[in-house]
Ligand binder design. Structure first.
Ligand code: ADP
Ligand code: TYD
Length: 214
């Protein structure tokens, strides 16, 4: 089953390396959408449904050296399959806007760019896990790993964040390649700008996307 654009709700995903400013912007966008009376739901990956949150606990609590990269890729996409079927597709069908803090591109960037699994294979795996569903708009907040680390206030980095700067730079490179590959849905935003400037750009892109869908 391939999802078509017949969904009434708009689907927006946020992507970027750890500490790029994603959560900050997601919260600002949600607040603005609420003020405008646009019904929306936030989902986060890995996680977002009961089963997906259980998978998240396995993924983010395991000691780094003990999880194989393929296991990691399969758990990330298993979590995505459950979230997509249980939450995202029904919401979109009901005209509710979905804001996803990470979606399928995270697997390409982290397990592909970061861990070195073949990206073409991961694209197929994602197709299977998401029933072919793509976001209407993917906001990629681009920032260097050093800049992200310097501003990050994460005191207990999870197992993936703790892997280091080289890893995050590889992840960033893959995101940059994805922005080139999928220009119709990707918007690359300079994450070194101020929080307000970034929000302004995201709001403009969001409204354009909502208007184009209606
Ligand atoms: P992420 O969700 O991508 O890991 P956060 O939104 O939690 O990142 O941001 C990480 C830290 O950087 C937070 O302390 C946040 O307040 C700060 N921050 C976010 N965006 C900016 C920005 N554009 N300029 C400066 N600091 C920022
Ligand atoms: P989280 O604490 O949610 O981080 P963030 O606030 O940056 O989103 O942890 C999610 C971690 O999992 C993050 O380091 C990215 C990683 N991840 C993958 O490696 N592959 C994936 O498919 C997804 C969705 C996340």
């Amino acid at each position: 089953m391939k999802m078509s654009t017949s969904n009434k709700g708009v689907f927006i995903s946020f992507e970027g390396i750890d500490g790029c400013g994603k959560s900050t912007q997601v919260q600002m966008l949600l607040k603005r959408l609420e003020e405008e009376g646009i019904e929306c739901e936030l989902v986060r990956e890995p996680g977002g449904s009961n089963i997906s949150e259980e998978i998240r606990n396995v993924l983010l609590k395991t000691r780094p050296e003990s999880m194989d990269s393929r296991t990691e890729a399969l758990l990330m996409t298993a979590s995505r399959a459950q979230l997509t079927k249980e939450k995202i597709i029904p919401a979109l069908e009901n005209g509710i806007c979905i804001i996803a803090d990470r979606y399928k591109d995270s697997t390409l960037a982290y397990q592909g760019g970061g861990r070195g699994i073949d990206v073409e294979y991961l694209i197929e795996l994602n197709e299977f896990a998401t029933y072919g569903l793509d976001p209407d708009l993917t906001i990629f907040i681009d920032i260097s790993a050093v800049d992200a680390k310097n501003r990050s206030n994460v005191s207990h980095p999870d197992r993936i964040e703790s892997i280091g700067l080289d890893f995050q730079e590889q992840v960033r490179e893959l995101y940059l390649a994805l922005a080139e590959r999928y220009p119709d849905r990707f918007v690359k935003i300079d994450g070194s700008n101020s929080i307000e400037v970034i929000h302004g750009t995201i709001w403009e892109k969001t409204i354009n996307c909502i208007n184009a869908k209606n």
